[in-house]
Design a protein around this ligand. Structure first.
Ligand SMILES: *Cc1c(COP(=O)(O)O)cnc(C)c1O
Length: 465
């Protein structure tokens, strides 16, 4: 399998190269040159398989020759062995129509562990025997950072610099990052928003790709969802859940609390591979650029509003470009032009082909604070489930839809990660699970920097090994 860039000019890569590269050097995002498919019989044969076996079957076509099936199985066994639930991503039934897919049983209590635990192992595997270390630079609105740091701390040949918006991540999220004091882990608190942090990371990658700037000599890589391998790992749980609810005979819908459009894009990939997905509901908070784009074609950035769902507080969704590219006939030149227009004016219209292409599979909803709190209370009082605010955005959107198929809401974070918001809505304060340990007693370490490229790139240049 080869991977091509959404902007058409970066070289095509194989799976090993695309995993190490992150962003394409033409500023685009990589995706497979064609979607592999599983036949109906192959999907039916997933019934009853363990999470790890499902992962091997779903990911093998994407991995190609980069790993043998046994190597892939061994990495999956190691990655998912760190989850606290035997099912890895268990389904919980809420009522006759609604389910939760619990994605938060990994080490840092958010769904990002599912992909990043595997990605950390892929990095180590692919870097063994090379003499150039990998410098991972990332921006996080909270959960990516802690999951990436847990996945990479102490690993050979990799170092990580993680930017978070100062004061805009929860205490649990911050401490999960800043209390990891491994020498290859560097936390940076940016005096700005997540979008500022993400824009700086993009700029550093672009300069690095052009061989310029203070980081020109480093081998940079990404762990945010611009990295293809992350999305690939997330495709697995769509299959795992749908098969348990009757696929391929019965279609299933998913409601996905969405920020950077990575998680829901993995659902799109699953549908492209042949999984009968009735609907993908893109659930946003009041930062609703994706809801506006999918419902009316208006993709225009507004200022970010801070909410109790910080992992969805974005004004621009980087992975949306992958969908627009695929729906727009995979025309790299057209995509380059469309994105240049967006980068200049912070606004663009979806083309008719993109809007109509999305309409069949995607639905969307914007969920405000009241409806979020209502969903948390409903889950608690009617279904006996304490859910986190992000999951509540998804559940609210799921319940507002009127679909006559099973609707699975992706439960993206453990409620204990957002205890204050959960307590405000439901009166119950979720306990920190034992695997988080003494998080509030551990020492923290991080650097605070202004949100300027000079300051951040300069710091990375002088600190990187
Ligand atoms: C990252 C995150 C999201 C958003 O996922 P995307 O892939 O960025 O759309 C939603 N909920 C939680 C808890 C997250 O950590």
């Amino acid at each position: 399998m080869r991977y091509v860039s959404t902007r058409g000019t970066a070289p095509a890569l194989d799976f090993r190269e695309v995993t190490l590269a992150g962003l394409a050097n033409d500023g685009g995002l990589y995706l497979p040159d064609a979607w592999p498919s599983l036949t109906r019989d192959e999907i039916a044969a997933l019934a009853g398989l363990s999470y790890v076996e499902t992962a091997v079957r779903v990911m093998t076509p994407f991995v190609g020759d980069a790993l043998s099936e046994d190597e892939l199985r061994s990495l999956c066994t190691q990655a998912y062995g760190r989850f606290s639930h035997e099912a890895v991503t268990p389904l919980v039934q809420l009522d006759h129509r609604h389910w939760l897919l619990e994605l938060f049983h990994g080490p840092t209590l958010a769904f990002k562990d599912v992909a990043l635990q595997l990605l950390g192992l892929l990095f180590e595997k692919f870097l063994t025997g090379t003499d150039r270390p990998l410098t991972v630079v990332g921006a996080t609105s909270g959960d990516t950072g802690s999951a990436a740091i847990d996945a990479l701390a102490g690993r050979e040949h990799v170092e990580i610099f993680m930017l978070h918006p100062k004061g805009r991540v929860s205490d649990v999220q911050r401490r999960q990052m800043t209390t990891v004091l491994a020498p290859n882990v560097h936390n940076i608190a940016i005096e700005g928003s997540f979008d500022d942090a993400q824009a700086m990371v993009k700029a550093m990658f672009n300069a690095n790709a052009a061989g310029t700037g203070p980081l020109g000599h480093l081998r940079l890589s990404a762990v945010n969802s611009i990295n293809w391998a992350r999305l690939m790992a997330q495709v697995v749980y769509y299959f795992y859940a749908a098969v348990r609810l009757g696929a391929p005979e019965r279609a299933v819908a998913f409601s996905v609390p969405t920020g950077n459009f990575g998680d829901v894009f993995a659902g799109y990939v699953a549908a492209k591979m042949g999984l009968p997905v009735a609907k993908l509901i893109v659930a946003t908070n009041v930062n609703d650029i994706l809801h506006r784009a999918l419902s009316s074609g208006d993709y225009s950035a507004k200022g970010v509003v801070a909410t109790p769902t910080p992992s969805m507080d974005i004004q621009v969704s980087s992975n949306f470009e992958r969908l627009l590219f695929d729906l727009g006939g995979r025309d790299g030149a057209a995509m380059r032009e469309q994105m240049a227009g967006f980068e200049a004016s912070k606004a663009m219209r979806l083309t008719n082909a993109q809007l109509q292409g999305a309409a069949g599979l995607f639905g969307s909803a914007r969920v405000d604070l009241d409806d979020m709190a209502l969903a948390m209370r409903w889950a608690c009082e009617r279904a006996g489930q304490v859910i986190d605010p992000h999951t509540a955005i998804g559940l609210s959107a799921a319940r507002a839809s009127d679909l006559d198929v099973p609707v699975v809401t992706l439960a993206t974070a453990h409620p204990a990660k957002f205890r204050d918001a959960v307590e405000r809505a439901t009166g119950a304060r979720p306990a920190l699970p034992a695997r988080i340990g003494n998080l509030f007693e551990r020492e923290e370490g991080y650097e605070t920097l202004p949100a300027t490229l000079e300051a951040v790139a300069g710091y990375i240049a002088k600190t990187a090994a």
